[in-house]
Design a protein around this ligand. Structure first.
Ligand SMILES: [Zn+2]
Ligand SMILES: [Zn+2]
Length: 291
């Protein structure tokens, strides 16, 4: 008979990747009472693997502050290596970074994966450094303490120390943004945020999501709202569902909720979406998915 703790350990490790939403809002954080169920913090998703020493994060919106707090209170201690990958550098994807407490710990190594604008890593690095300098924040990035390692990957597949293979693809958004296909032990996670498909679905996105066990796709607007938001860089619920169907994904989670969409609205949208694609839901802050 295995000990209770052993059994717990085994059950816990029964996944390839665990995804947790810390920020589900797009554009700007919202905090009134009508936004508590789906959450008000901006984009941040953690991807953990059974090895507690390695953690990956996509985007550092305001949600990363709570993730940092959770890591600081974890009885297993901080992960030795944290990788933060950025889809792009609009405020709702970077503004939580100065409040990510583990970044102030000299024993932590943080890989910062940045791509975009055809810029080299030295120029990309300045985006992070500048948002913490001068008029914007009292503490400079070099004073934070953690060991930062800046990386870029273009669109080739890279092997991460977590045994994840990561492929990134540039898509249409003002200034450009990247989507990711992450594979580990035969499981596939695709993340697509801040994408404007336009009149037809981007087939490169469909290819990136092909057969995914979990597709996280932004859905900021209804089809009706999208008509008047051309050039704003976002998708509708309808388009996210279309990508999921075309790519034959097993599960779809929609995120990057518009700040104008309160809980009542989002519950209603979720029901509508599930009529079209049964294994889908709208992301709520604090929820986890394992594949
Ligand atoms: Zn955004
Ligand atoms: Zn954006």
């Amino acid at each position: 008979m295995p000990k209770k703790e052993d059994l717990k350990g085994k059950l816990k490790a029964n996944f390839s990747m665990r995804v947790k939403f810390y920020g589900t809002r797009g554009s700007i954080p919202v905090c009134s009472r009508d936004y508590q169920d789906f959450g008000g913090n901006t984009s941040c998703i953690s991807i953990s693997i059974p090895d507690k020493n390695i953690l990956s994060i996509i985007d550092a919106g305001t949600g990363i502050r709570n993730l940092g707090k959770e890591l600081m209170n974890d009885k297993n201690g901080l992960p030795k290596e944290i990788t933060i990958g950025f889809s792009h550098f609009h405020w709702d994807h970077i503004q939580g970074f100065p409040f990510f407490t583990p970044a102030y710990n000299p024993n932590v190594k943080i890989n910062i994966l940045m791509m975009g604008k055809g810029w080299g890593i030295d120029k990309l690095k300045k985006i992070m450094i500048n948002q913490m300098g001068g008029a914007f924040f009292p503490i400079e990035m070099k004073e934070m303490g953690a060991h930062f390692n800046f990386l870029t990957l273009g669109s080739k597949v890279v092997q991460h120390s977590s045994n994840m293979s990561v492929r990134a693809k540039l898509h249409s958004h003002p200034g450009g943004a990247y989507s990711f296909r992450i594979e580990r032990n035969g499981k596939v996670l695709t993340l697509v945020t801040d994408i404007e498909h336009g009149d037809t679905i981007n087939m490169e996105t469909v290819e990136l999501a092909k057969g995914a066990d979990l597709l996280i796709h932004e859905a900021q607007y209804t089809s009706e709202e999208l008509k008047n938001r051309k050039g704003w860089g976002h998708s509708s619920y309808q388009q996210a569902i279309q990508v999921a169907k075309m790519a034959g994904v097993k599960q779809l989670v929609m995120t990057h909720h518009d700040p104008a969409h309160d809980d009542v609205f989002l519950y209603k949208m979720e029901k509508e979406c599930q009529k079209e694609f049964s294994n889908c839901c709208l992301a709520r802050e604090g929820t986890e998915f394992t594949i």
